[in-house]
Design a protein around this ligand. Structure first.
Ligand SMILES: [Zn+2]
Length: 416
């Protein structure tokens, strides 16, 4: 079976033009002593909006690897797939993010529920996880609640996993289970029993993406209680460690942080905790690269700056439509969005400084940044006008992409 390295980054970009620049950033990290496996990811939702195919993501990855003469491992992730759309990803992907969020909360059959609860008899009472100071109190009622929430979802994950391995004709791929696109976070004790269910389904998961405490809004910093996040993250790591030994899961199973780009305020905690326990991490960052593309266009000036401004003003007119699919992962304060007329008067520098994620910079506007984040559909509709501008300004844009991923993400997360 293909095994993911200790550290890995979900990369990739809407229009498949920034593969080289992103890989350059990861190669730079390698030179700094940190091996981070690139995983090109793109969800079905993104493919639909930009009218691309899973094979385009594979081509982008292969082309970048070839262009840079990269010798390390890399993967192509079928991001957030389910039984209804996985088919198109089978041949081009070797990493599958099985999304079962939509099945959470649908109770399983009485028989399945009873047999799951019976299988947990050994954990009734005080459940002590090594290195977690307080015990978890487990009783039938808690097990029933957890089963009602998650058993159907993990049974579904099992079905999807088996579908993939049958259709690929092998198990030579990496499996992630994601439950991040839901409203309420899973607690560490829930995670423990979810992992038991995953083992029960025989899924060799190597990464798992729970919903963490706090808001992981797209393209902007973490919003929430950093200390609470750190406590939960640390307990999750200890739960995984114990579950791996107890249930016989993959020994490299690690946490995956979705919408992980730009969460600068929690990076030091993630770094501290994975170092403390010598654990791996997967961080999905693809969305931030699209924003760098727009910044690069703005910096380039002329027609490219005009296009960046047009993306903003059109996104503003179509705000509700663009934001709807991302309602749970963005928070835009409309009154803090500049008018199109104001943006029209901006220089390259002013536009870039407003969009670029430098917290504390006087021009930085997280509201504008989130609106542009969901505005990639506008660029997609611009067709070759947009992609020709990407080609014409590839050097400046590539520098923005590389700097963002290396300086603002990899260096901070891995203390390079
Ligand atoms: Zn996700």
């Amino acid at each position: 079976m293909k095994k993911i390295g200790k550290y890995s980054f979900g990369i990739g970009d809407r229009f498949a033009h920034q593969g080289n620049a992103q890989l350059r950033a990861l190669t730079k990290a390698q030179k700094g002593g940190i091996e981070v496996t690139p995983v090109w990811n793109k969800s079905n939702r993104e493919h639909m909006y930009v009218h691309s195919n899973p094979s385009d993501t594979r081509n982008e990855a292969d082309q970048a690897v070839k262009a840079l003469g990269y010798k390390g491992e890399y993967c192509v992730d079928a991001d957030h797939i389910n039984l209804g759309n996985v088919e198109g990803f089978i041949s081009s992907s070797d990493f599958f993010t099985i999304d079962v969020a939509s099945k959470i909360g649908i109770p399983a059959s009485a028989e399945d529920t009873a047999s799951f609860i019976a299988s947990c008899a050994a954990y009734i009472g005080e459940l002590n996880i090594p290195a977690i100071a307080h015990p978890f109190h487990v009783n039938d009622a808690l097990l029933k609640t957890i089963a009602d929430k998650f058993l159907t979802a993990i049974n579904e994950a099992g079905k999807i996993y088996r579908y993939i391995s049958e259709h690929k004709g092998s198990d030579d791929f990496i499996t992630e289970i994601s439950m991040d696109e839901v409203e309420s976070p899973q607690s560490p004790v829930e995670l423990f029993f979810i992992l038991k269910m995953i083992a029960g389904q025989g899924i060799p998961a190597q990464t798992i993406a729970p919903k963490f405490t706090g808001r992981f809004n797209k393209g902007v910093d973490y919003v929430g209680d950093v200390a609470m996040f750190a406590k939960e993250f640390e307990e999750d790591i200890l739960v995984i460690d114990y579950a791996v030994k107890t249930f016989g899961l993959m020994d490299n199973l690690k946490l995956s942080v979705h919408s992980g780009s730009d969460k600068f305020s929690i990076y030091p905690e993630i770094q501290r905790i994975i170092t403390k326990y010598d654990k791996g991490i997967h961080v999905k960052t693809a969305g931030t690269t699209w924003l760098e593309e727009v910044i690069g266009l703005a910096v380039s000036g002329g027609e490219a700056l005009k296009a960046a401004k047009a993306i903003y003003s059109q996104a503003l007119t179509r705000k509700d439509e663009l934001c709807a699919p991302y309602a749970d992962v963005i928070d835009i304060h409309t009154e803090q969005l500049p008018s199109p007329e104001e943006v029209e008067s901006w220089s390259s520098e002013k536009f870039a400084n407003t969009l670029r994620h430098i917290p504390g910079h006087p021009d930085y506007n997280a509201n504008l940044r989130q609106l542009i984040h969901v505005g990639y559909k506008i660029a997609s509709e611009m067709g070759t006008y947009y992609t020709d501008l990407l080609k014409a300004n590839s050097e400046v844009i590539g520098q923005c992409v590389e700097e963002n991923l290396y300086d603002r993400h990899l260096k901070r997360l891995f203390n390079i």
